[in-house]
Design a protein around this ligand. Sequence first.
Ligand code: TXA
Ligand code: MG
Length: 346
Amino acid sequence: MKTIIINGIEDELFHTAAQALKDGDLVAFPTETVYGLGANALNPEAVKKIYQAKGRPSDNPLIVHIADISQIEDLVLEVSHKAKALIDNFWPGPLTLIFRKSSKVPDIITAGLDTVAIRMPNNPIALELIERAAIPVAAPSANLSGRPSTTECSHVINDLKGRVGYIIDGGPCDVGVESTVLDITSDIPMILRPGGITLEMLESVVGKVDTDAALELKGNVKPRSPGMKYRHYSPKAEMILVYGSQDDVVAKINELSAENRKKGIKTGVLSSLENAQKYCADTVIVTGSVDNLAQVASGLFDSLRKFDEENVDIIYSETFPERGIGRAIMNRLKKASAKVIKETEI
Ligand code: TXA
Ligand code: MG
């Protein structure tokens, strides 16, 4: 398939892409979180193409993107008071809300669930595209299934060129990690995936918010967001998360790198800005300062993808504080990692 790359809203082919989206083609587009791979949410045949292009398991439901609050009426059974407060505070923005679905939402979007995930992205290109196409747009992250999400057009081209009709270039995404997925179908809202809108921000609007126990990856609790059960976001090399005090982590990673070098194994390190100069590994990728977790989030998937370009055999990653957006960062790093080295093992 020929893939047409479109340079933002001003490109004369932008309108063509919006029409093609409406007519059933796939269009990858930027959002404030990550790039999305869009299809007409009201057309099951179009939505089927998303699963094929990504190689996505069919039991993993999709988020429906809207550009105007009025679009929600057709898609859900009811909008509660708490839902309304969340919408007023955080839309457009990186918050996906789970509602009970109406019969108009095709089953292929919700993977047979009786709920539907909806969000209004805070990105002018995404909003203009959805508005021009005049349909709700089903869109997962625009990466091959299992790979890190895409936060720059070049990432999308790497994964999906030849598999989709159009890719719209909107430059790098601001937030860098996906939206928070929040189930609001019961009285106390529950975070199913931490993301751009933090627990603290949600609680400031609706009071107590729970977090799905399965996110901690302890025991065999089944996650309520189907996508959370898969290994995910992974660079090609095996990644190992190293916990501990800064000095211990640096020393441990340097020790392992030296051992690897003797065996001819190429080592990569995902480092904070603060520690970058202290490593003697083959490749050190800096993802931002521990004092600026928003910056770490913003560069996270690009950093993971860079290890593929460097052809490293093994990656050791530092950990980041699990507060604010740090929860989303650590959730993605845990999902991307095959193993951890605990503080007690150092
Ligand atoms: O920021 C984002 O959310 C990006 C951009 C493109 O909007 N989209 C995104 O989509 O990350 P995706 O498909 O990669 O992740 C959607 C997550 C999955 O974990 C999926 O299982 C969950 O949302 N999800 C979708 N519908 C659901 C539902 N009805 N109930 C529970 N979880 C649901
Ligand atoms: Mg995804």
